[in-house]
Design a binder for this molecule. Sequence first.
Ligand SMILES: CCCCCCCC/C=C\CCCCCCCC(=O)SCCNC(=O)CCNC(=O)[C@H](O)C(C)(C)COP(=O)(O)OP(=O)(O)OC[C@H]1O[C@@H](n2cnc3c(N)ncnc32)[C@H](O)[C@@H]1OP(=O)(O)O
Length: 180
Amino acid sequence: MKPVRHPDAPAPGDPLGAHYEHCFGCGPGQPHGLHLEARAGEGVALTAEFTVQPAHQGAPGLAHGGVLATALDETLGSLNWLLRTVAVTGRLETDYVRPVPVGTTLHLAAEVTAVAGRKIYSRAVGRLDGPDGPVAVRADALFVEVKVDHFIDHGRPEEIQAAMSDPDQVRRARAFEVNP
Ligand SMILES: CCCCCCCC/C=C\CCCCCCCC(=O)SCCNC(=O)CCNC(=O)[C@H](O)C(C)(C)COP(=O)(O)OP(=O)(O)OC[C@H]1O[C@@H](n2cnc3c(N)ncnc32)[C@H](O)[C@@H]1OP(=O)(O)O
């Protein structure tokens, strides 16, 4: 089925913000994280930027492939905010096309291609030197819709308690759950 943008999805160009303060991919309160910033696009699509830091190296001066996969995973995961669906990564397939040097800003673009029941199919691309630059990484993913209970049931109690006493986090979780 063709994906449907939620009527309350942020307007094209608007930042999506972090889904969780301490998320390794997007959390502003996560000192070790990627600090990826995503913006809504048209339809069920978005763009994001991530600048490779020295802490993200695999080989000398080059980004670690797992870190790049994380950036793709986070970008793809952010799409679910445009659907107002809570979903987790079930499958992530990554192509590494060009090495990504430290200091590079990776320009990411992602879109949902189809939705089938709880399954959300999406793809992403990361480019060097600008939104129209050469492709460095690509990914295809399957996210699976879950209830907020997925996190409450499986997360470590300390962090779950802290998230449940954070009004912003609860508001965000509720916004997801009112998906018609
Ligand atoms: C108030 C406080 C509370 C806090 C609220 C927080 C709100 C936060 C908001 C937003 C958070 C978003 C976070 C994004 C972060 C970035 C993304 C990540 O890194 S996520 C982490 C990595 N991923 C996992 O940890 C998943 C671990 N896996 C699982 O939990 C399960 O395997 C799960 C949920 C994916 C599926 O399990 P099943 O039992 O629910 O469902 P089944 O029946 O197995 O699968 C459903 C369908 O999907 C297919 N499927 C599942 N996995 C597949 C795979 N690997 N490949 C192909 N198909 C797969 C199955 O074949 C099935 O398809 P058929 O309906 O039969 O057609």
